[in-house]
Design a protein around this ligand. Structure first.
Ligand SMILES: Nc1ncnc2c1ncn2[C@@H]1O[C@H](COP(=O)(O)OP(=O)(O)OP(=O)(O)O)[C@@H](O)[C@H]1O
Length: 243
């Protein structure tokens, strides 16, 4: 579904991704962890072509993102992305936030888009807030709306970039629950940058540890947390466990 072959990424002279080789198959839940600045966001952003790779091959659903004939907007439609900051439209209701892109981009009728939005709002436990404005919602509620908004585009892969790290601790659980149900009940293919070890252990098929632009470990979650092989992974885990 997503494949990196010998991918390198430079920002000017800075070597941000070093020889990335990675294959993610349909239905897999992959958690990416690593120290700040290790290239996790960059790798995620390359997947939906928000960043361009410098060399190597990156394919999404067998489409080569670098090929001149590739329509990146078509590729992006299949990839939902949820960021640390939710970026909902402040002057639109929850329902309008969710239906905007399906109506504009997928050319759905308003009725169809609303029906889908209501189904998704029920799924994330927010149907009673459909007429609310973002400022009337907590951070956890806004992030659940942001997830519903991404799902409304009917993506076949969801990318999450530290979706809970801007939330107050008491709101982290409600967002992780939505993500867990997405993985377990819907079998969604998910790539999640997060340090939430509980989520990784319970839901992830694999954990990828990055440092200094490289993938240093790629292992089954339980194996990784019980017995990390890479020395930097061991040091990183001991730090996050201490905190
Ligand atoms: N647009 C950019 N221009 C130049 N350098 C960049 C750019 N984006 C990221 N970088 C650099 O690339 C490196 C990797 O950044 P990236 O955001 O991918 O790391 P990360 O592992 O996601 O970090 P964090 O956990 O702090 O979000 C960092 O050193 C960062 O400063």
């Amino acid at each position: 579904m997503i494949e990196f072959q010998n991918v390198e990424k430079y920002y000017g002279d800075f070597h941000a991704l070093k020889n990335i080789n990675l294959q993610i198959t349909k239905g897999e839940v992959v958690v990416v962890i690593g120290p700040s600045g290790s290239g996790k966001s960059t790798m995620l952003r390359c997947m939906n072509a928000l960043e361009e790779i410098t060399t190597g091959v990156l394919t999404v659903n067998e489409v080569d993102l670098h090929s001149p004939s590739t329509n990146l907007n078509d590729v992006r439609k299949n990839l939902g992305m949820v960021f640390q900051h939710f970026n909902l439209y402040p002057h639109k209701t929850v329902l309008d936030n969710i239906t905007l892109a399906p109506i504009k981009v997928l050319k759905k009728s308003r009725e169809e888009a609303v029906a889908k939005a209501e189904e998704l709002l029920a799924k994330v436990g927010m149907l009673d807030k459909k007429e609310a404005f973002p400022s009337q919602l907590s951070g956890g509620q806004q992030q659940r709306i942001a997830i519903a908004r991404s799902l409304a585009m009917e993506p076949d892969v969801m990318l999450f970039d530290e979706p809970t790290s801007a939330l107050d601790p008491e709101m982290v659980g409600e967002v992780l629950e939505v993500m867990k149900s997405l993985a377990r009940e819907d079998g969604m293919t998910m790539i999640v940058v997060t340090h939430e070890m509980g989520f990784a252990r319970e839901v992830a098929d694999r954990v990828i540890f990055m440092a200094d632009g490289q993938i240093l470990e790629d292992a089954e979650a339980e194996t990784f947390y019980e017995n990390p092989q890479d020395i930097r992974a061991q040091q990183f885990l001991s730090k996050i466990i201490d905190h």
